[in-house]
Design a protein around this ligand. Sequence first.
Ligand SMILES: [Zn+2]
Length: 237
Amino acid sequence: MTSLVQNIQQYLQDFTSLFFPNICMACMHDAPMPNAFLCFRCEVTLPRTDFHLHQENTFTDRLWGRMNLHTATAMFLLIKNGLAENIVYNIKYKDATYLATSLGEQYGRVLKKAPLYADIDVVVPVPIHSSKMKTRGYNQSALFGQGIANSLDIPCHENALLKKRKTKSQTKKSRMERLTGVEGEYAVREADLLIGKNVLLVDDVMTTGATIESCALEILKVEGTRISMATIGMKNF
Ligand SMILES: [Zn+2]
């Protein structure tokens, strides 16, 4: 009997360890804390922002004058070659899907206590193109968004937006295309889900803001919508 219990315990341990890496997903060096993705040192020293406490902040400043924005926040500041950059890299390119959802849930708990985010109705992630979905197999922004939605106990509408065409790399774009950015790349697919809603638009990384701005402008065409934003990281130029 004891051995059966031990076997079950071992099985459960093996099963949960599938989700957790054996090195920290930020420093890529130390062992993570038990049942966690990060080591103690990274958990404490990662550059988290306090943007969620300020309606106007470095994130909203970057989008100033470009749209009607309620507020916006990023979980981490991305400093070149910094620890948080590794987290984003692992999520985007190394299949760290559970890390994306887990960070979302963690950040959702932070936002739940922030008055500026108290009346959010739905989470809408920035979509990826169907061809990228085929090759990557997951949308990292949707995983992060689902995590936030879980903690806020609200829906995450992964298909509310549609990415209509593939993004060309900056170098392949014409000068005119570079200037007009990502206009026309996104469309609202499920407008009825968004009418009259306070939307939290979620992306992985905020750099110039062109992508998230383009999505926000499409959502704002739906009657009665209000936009707030949350990303895993914001590039610190
Ligand atoms: Zn670490």
